[in-house]
Write a protein that binds this ligand. Structure first.
Ligand code: AMP
Ligand code: ZN
Length: 110
């Protein structure tokens, strides 16, 4: 999607500092962190939100959780406080599906 913010980040038209990138997934720090560690994990394929998922996206969803697991270890969060959050409806501001990884003390709601 041409005018989607996260698609622009994926195409490097908007800068980010990826902490993980593969052919299908990218993860980078949230610009407005809601916790000490706040990363966004995103499929490179444009999927608006939960309602747009199909069973064909199953592998991609498993990959997203694998990346989250890898980042949890990388940021030493295994035995600490962390949350994985998916916003929807009015709580979702960027219509490209994404997982928030929030680690450490929360500053506000993601
Ligand atoms: P949501 O409200 O679940 O749609 O989350 C969208 C998130 O994207 C928010 O937490 C924003 O702070 C974050 N965000 C918006 N623009 C950028 C950007 N250019 N780089 C990184 N994160 C961003
Ligand atoms: Zn998009």
């Amino acid at each position: 999607m041409n005018d989607c913010l996260f698609c622009k980040i994926i195409r490097k038209e908007i800068p980010s500092k990826p902490v993980f990138e593969s052919g299908t997934i990218i993860a980078f720090p949230d610009i407005n962190p809601a916790a000490e560690i706040h990363l966004l994990i995103i499929p490179k394929k444009h999927i608006g939100g939960m309602k747009d998922l199909t069973l064909n996206d199953g592998k991609m969803l498993a990959e997203i959780y694998q990346v989250a697991n890898k980042l949890v270890s990388q940021y030493n969060l295994d035995d600490k406080l962390y949350r994985l959050v998916v916003n929807g409806g009015l709580a979702q501001h960027v219509p490209h599906i994404h997982l928030h990884l929030l680690g450490g003390k929360l500053k506000k709601t993601a």
